[in-house]
Design a protein around this ligand. Structure first.
Ligand code: FAD
Length: 595
């Protein structure tokens, strides 16, 4: 890893704009761009983050007319869908990561990487301010600034604790959130980056490894002599908060780890083990088809995983977790040994600050238009978990499509007009179908689907107002695309393609005809293609929900899961390592050494 002073030279030669500065003279004058030494002035693209969105952007970018600078506090890409497998040793941590430098090494584009954390974005002066993770420093400082022509924000999100007391101090997370304090127990004694900027960042990968060690430590602790039964049971009580795909997968993995491997090594404590899954809503996996939800709940019951529905966590202390039962408001407390928190995502402090700066308050994520441009800024793009396409505009568009079609202002449309409207909406917003399905508004979803072919006559004789009402019901769901790797990766590829054809599309705009000349954009808008989702349920059983409402549950889906995930891994190296890990697990079981 070259020192930062060397990086300045590299950057200057390639026309980059890395500027070292000291905290003492951190006035705006101090941030002067390094002079361009090369004849051709390349446009500087700064990418913040090397997760799904940032990496897929980098992989697909192939226009050599850019000078790309990547900034991320971790120098690798982690394949997050396999993180739950890391928590139980099914897959090794190293197998699911790929160094960023390996990913960009063979590109025809100039790419530099700085292992640092961006702590401020100054959109007005087109600069980002960063802090190095390393102890070596630039001119005695760990901070530096980078200027850009285009900024791509792909910083992901952090877990949402809903400000529940005690969660940050006592729970484990499967996501980057806090900075691991140098002291603390085996449990995640973590402190937030925001308040303790000098601590070292913990990555989701380190969190996953820490969870694995804590599980094994719990078994060792519970095996010590002179423990009361009560204390042993407390230590071996594993609580998972959140019944979404990640929480469910982790609970299933943990159950398999315990029943297939650990109980053989710790037979004396097996009766004391308990896994509890807490979910605030009425069902787990509620974004999946009902058949999957029912199957998962039944399976967990058979496996002895205690699923408590309608249970909202209100407080976590070092030994007890308290929940409030929805409906009767009753509060219960239970002793625990380890809690894993997996309840959705929140905004990173730096993104929050940036949103404040550009007047985007009261939002979970940065609002962009359908071309992924951050609203209210020039040349700033945001993608992945830290961004959301502003669907207010979508609803406005839909309303406009209706008004345009309703030529006589009667409030009803003719068959032909309605057909046009639905076709238009479907073409522009394919995800609409999915959201309607999730809302169990099957008939409208079917209409939308049919609209691609022939629309059934009776389906069309619908009052516009009713239809609009139905659409506005899905408005809340439409507001966010799911925060998944699938969305982030597709957005990364989309944006890279836009950058690859920037000049070409300047001359020949490809956006829909109606946008030309209106100043909206020269590219086609981003369209999410939902490819389906998996929910591994343990015991070699997986639920799969694929497009076209195709649901499959069982061992065959587990094999599909193995093949899809193996094919999606970022390199042949990681693919080989993961497949070898799976085979090792089949033959020898999971490693329970606690290393
Ligand atoms: P991330 O992948 O989180 O990447 C964010 C990047 O920004 C990281 O490189 C980080 O180091 C960097 N960064 C953070 N702060 C800064 C800063 N201040 N300056 C610069 N860089 C910064 N999705 C699926 O589709 N399928 C699954 O099966 C699935 N399973 C999951 C399992 C787990 C345990 C988790 C946690 C998530 C899972 N997801 C899954 C969700 C998926 O991982 C996310 O939606 C996806 O990672 C979002 O990509 P991203 O690029 O926006 O953010």
């Amino acid at each position: 890893y070259p020192s930062l002073s060397k990086l300045i030279i590299i950057s200057t030669v390639s026309g980059g704009g890395l500027i070292a500065y000291s905290e003492a003279n951190a006035s705006s004058d101090a941030y002067k761009a390094a002079p361009m030494e090369t004849g051709i002035k390349k446009k500087k693209v700064v990418v913040l983050g090397t997760g799904w969105a940032g990496t897929s952007f980098l992989k697909s970018l192939n226009n050599p007319s850019y000078d790309v600078q990547v900034i991320s506090p971790r120098n690798y890409f982690a394949f997050t869908p396999l993180l739950p497998s890391v928590t139980c040793g099914t897959v090794e941590a190293r197998s699911i990561v790929e160094p960023v430098r390996n990913i960009v090494r063979k590109k025809n584009v100039d790419v530099s990487f700085w292992e640092a954390e961006c702590f401020k974005i100054d959109a007005q002066n087109k600069k980002v301010y960063c802090r190095s993770n390393q102890n070596t420093s630039v001119n005695g400082n760990k901070e530096f600034a980078v200027d850009y022509d285009y900024l791509v924000i792909a910083m992901g999100a952090r877990p949402n604790t809903f400000n529940t007391p005690g969660v940050e101090e006592n729970c484990h997370f499967l996501k980057v959130i806090f900075l691991a304090s140098p002291v603390g127990s085996c449990l995640a004694v973590s402190l937030c980056t925001y308040y303790f900027p000098n601590c070292k960042t913990a990555s989701s990968l380190e969190d996953a490894q820490r969870i694995r060690r804590t599980v094994i430590d719990s078994f060792e602790k519970a095996s010590l002599p002179d423990l009361s039964d009560e204390e042993r049971k407390r230590i071996l009580h594993f609580v998972v908060v959140g019944g979404g795909p990640t929480g469910v997968e982790f609970a299933a993995e943990l159950h398999d780890f315990v029943t297939e491997d650990l109980v053989k090594l710790y037979p004396m404590v097996k009766e004391s083990v308990k896994i509890t899954l807490l979910e605030a809503a009425d069902h787990i996996l509620n974004m999946f088809d009902q058949r999957i939800t029912v199957f998962a709940e039944d399976k967990f019951q058979r496996d002895g995983i205690d699923v408590k529905l309608g249970s909202m966590v209100v407080k976590v202390t070092d030994k007890e977790i308290s929940t409030k039962v929805r409906g009767n408001g009753e509060t219960n407390s239970m002793p625990y040994g380890m809690v894993v928190w997996s309840t959705g995502i929140g905004t990173r402090p730096i993104v929050k600050d940036f949103m404040k700066q550009i007047g985007q308050t009261n939002r979970r994520a940065l609002a962009t238009d359908e071309w992924l441009r951050v609203e209210g800024c020039d040349n700033v793009y945001a993608l992945g978990d830290c961004a959301t396409i502003n669907q207010r505009r979508v609803m406005e568009d839909i309303a406009a499509i209706f008004s345009k079609a309703d030529k006589d202002n009667s409030g009803t449309l003719t068959v032909k007009e309605f057909q046009e409207v639905i076709k238009d909406i479907c073409e522009r917003y394919p995800q609409m179908e999915l959201y309607l399905k999730n809302k169990k508004m099957g008939n409208i979803a079917d209409m939308l689907k049919e609209a691609k072919g022939d629309v059934a006559k009776e389906a069309i004789e619908l009052n516009i107002e009713e239809f609009k009402k139905a659409l506005s019901e899905v408005d809340t769901q439409m507001k966010n695309l799911p925060a998944t790797a699938q969305v982030a990766a597709q957005q990364g590829v989309y944006l890279a393609k836009c950058f690859n054809r920037m000049e070409e599309c300047e001359r020949n705009p490809e956006g829909p005809l109606r946008f030309r000349g209106s100043g909206r954009h020269r590219f086609q808008p981003f369209r999410y293609k939902h490819l389906g989702q998996f929910a591994p349920l343990g015991g070699e059983q997986t639920a799969a929900q694929l497009p076209g409402d195709w649901v499959s549950i069982g061992q065959s889906s587990q094999w599909l899961w193995y093949s899809v995930y193996a094919s999606k891994l970022v390199s042949w190296r990681t693919r080989t390592l993961v497949i070898t890990d799976w085979m090792r697990r089949f033959v020898f079981g999971r490693d329970s050494s606690g290393i």
